[in-house]
Design a protein around this ligand. Structure first.
Ligand SMILES: [Zn+2]
Length: 374
């Protein structure tokens, strides 16, 4: 019964186009909310723009222990330039796979924790309970999750399961992301008389060289290694025969838990000098829980029979909404664990594996049981 439920629900969610931009997650959020309300959950919808709706559903919440949080996003990335062999919005299955945009990343994960939560609901009324945080706008920088955080809508949670695609392998964290814009200014002049101007591109070029030479001084992290820095964009000048009066550099820094973002920004600002103005575009701290944490160990025990072996501590390559949510929750133990296929995220002909999705419902139920009922 549950097997059919979770596949059916995944198909329904995939049939709703939530490509971001523009997003339009509202029908998806309402569809999930209605079913959860029917199962005894209290729901609240939070909008940060037209059609941009996140959902928080809770059940239980008594006693001193905080609830267990499951989180997932319902927006997807665009289809990309290559043609699809399968219809990205039909929810068709073939040879044990369910195809469509957002199947793996991550509507199957959202469907799985929704079905698991509904399956356990009747036992949860007088327990610490669970809270489901279903976000809009994750793919463009965790907009929905940050909106929930700024609104004070998240309440509390004692542990977090992020249902992003991991093929049901539990990951204990991921790197942070700090995206910066570095801007230089100059004075324009005719290109035939550059001595009358100040060239902003020259200043930016010097800044790029310093960024290329930047070395992180923090100790590398045991599982994540060292932080990285990449100059992803460089723009400056409007026409070939003028001295450019402004230039911009886009910097993508992926941090590890040993990097303090505020300190790093100050250090970069000092090294680049007063001619370079830094602006923060996105600031997501790394997420990490020590594998010996008792709850992580409990999740590892839950997953061992599903994986056929005891999990070893590993981290995900991508960042997740947990970076935003955990600011509100005070960094509780967090695991990234979902039935989608990580190598299928953002791909043409994206699919998820039906068997993996079915197994994840049972795994999530066990994780809920261990948190709320034991
Ligand atoms: Zn995702």
């Amino acid at each position: 019964m549950k097997t059919q439920d979770v596949i059916q629900l995944t198909k329904e969610l995939v049939r709703m186009n939530t490509i971001n931009p523009p997003g339009r997650e509202e029908p998806c959020a309402r569809r999930l909310g209605a079913q959860l309300e029917g199962g005894g959950f209290q729901t609240k919808y939070h909008s940060f723009g037209e059609g941009r709706v996140s959902l928080i559903a809770t059940i239980g919440g008594s006693g001193s222990k905080f609830p267990l949080c499951f989180t997932g996003h319902i927006d997807t990335v665009p289809l990309g330039g290559a043609p699809w062999r399968m219809d990205p919005f039909a929810g068709d299955t073939d040879a044990g796979m369910l195809y469509g945009r957002g199947t793996s990343d991550m509507k199957c994960g959202v469907a799985a924790f929704t079905v698991a939560a509904l399956g356990m609901a009747k036992h949860l009324a007088n327990t610490c309970g669970i809270t489901l945080v279903v976000t809009a706008g994750e793919e463009t920088g965790c907009e929905g999750a940050f909106h929930l955080y700024r609104d004070g809508a998240l309440g509390s949670a004692g542990a977090v399961v992020v249902a992003e695609p991991t093929s049901n392998y539990p990951f204990v964290g991921h790197k942070g992301a700090l995206w910066l814009k570095a801007r230089t200014r100059g004075v324009t002049a005719h290109g035939s008389m550059p001595e009358k101007g100040v060239n902003a591109v020259y200043k930016a070029a010097h800044a790029v060289t310093r960024l290329e030479q930047f070395r992180f001084s923090n100790p590398p992290h045991r599982l994540m290694g060292q932080a990285t820095l990449n100059v992803g964009t460089f723009q400056g000048g409007l026409n070939i025969n003028s001295v450019p009066d402004q230039a911009e550099i886009g910097v993508d820094i992926r941090t590890v838990p040993t990097v303090d973002h505020k300190e790093l920004i100050s250090l970069l600002a000092a090294q680049l000098g007063s001619e370079v103005k830094l602006e923060t575009l996105m600031d997501l701290e790394a997420v990490y829980t020590e594998p010996r944490n008792p709850w992580i160990q409990s999740v590892f025990e839950t997953m061992t029979p599903f994986l056929g072996e005891a999990p070893e501590p590993r981290v995900a390559t991508y960042f997740t909404d947990a970076a935003a949510l955990n600011r509100a929750y005070g960094d509780p133990p967090t695991v990234i664990l979902g039935p989608g296929e990580p190598h299928m995220a953002h791909q043409t002909d994206e699919y998820c594996v039906l068997e993996r999705v079915e197994k994840s419902v049972a795994a999530y139920e066990d994780i809920i049981r261990r948190w709320c009922l034991i």
